[in-house]
Write a protein that binds this ligand. Sequence first.
Ligand SMILES: C[S@@+](CC[C@H](N)C(=O)[O-])C[C@H]1O[C@@H](n2cnc3c(N)ncnc32)[C@H](O)[C@@H]1O
Length: 221
Amino acid sequence: MSEAQERAFAELAPQYLLEVPRDVAWTSVHPEARMDPVAEYGREAPLIVEIGSGQGHAIVSAASARPDDDFLAVEVFRAGLARTMLDADKAGVRNLRLVEANAPEVLSTYLPEGAASEVWIFFSDPWHKKRHTKRRLIRPGFGDAAARALADGGLLRLATDWEDYALQMVEVLDAEPLFERAFDGEWAERFEGRVMTAFERKGIAKGREIRDLVYRRKPRA
Ligand SMILES: C[S@@+](CC[C@H](N)C(=O)[O-])C[C@H]1O[C@@H](n2cnc3c(N)ncnc32)[C@H](O)[C@@H]1O
């Protein structure tokens, strides 16, 4: 990180960054640690979680436009977290928190069950080389973690500029018994609250088509 980013981290982390008990790795979450959203945000409100928030373009814009909702950015890239905090501070955003942690652990243990009204994953790393595709976040088993974190009827929103990853997302999520499609036709409409991010701009500049998806968490029995 640059010196400015380091300084931003030191000055803004107390306000924005959650302190998480770790397990083994630095970005791990201790399996017994649980977030307490009411304590963290000081109120009860719908919680929107963005996985892999990068520089924070989407979540800072959404948190700023929707003061009645609470937002949680999950990211492992420190410079991105620093940028997110700087922009949030500049915009006077108070309903946003950040967690520096591995997303599947946040979904499968750290968030209280059913705490999220929406989970967003925009431009997840495509790991496009054949031998790396098994590292993709949206792969068989991912649905269990996302379904645990989402409230009944909660939405999982995705967007990607990689066609074969989009097809993998559909295959994985169509097969998930806890989710159902919340769109008609081949792909979902672009979600209105999704602003242009650096990665979307890059994909478009390279001539790639952007595909949106949205799945609904089925009610618990
Ligand atoms: C391609 S970038 C997209 C960033 C942002 N959503 C955007 O549209 O600009 C993917 C982001 O996901 C983050 N990421 C990848 N795996 C992650 C994980 N397991 N937990 C948390 N963040 C992760 C990366 O650090 C990276 O910032």
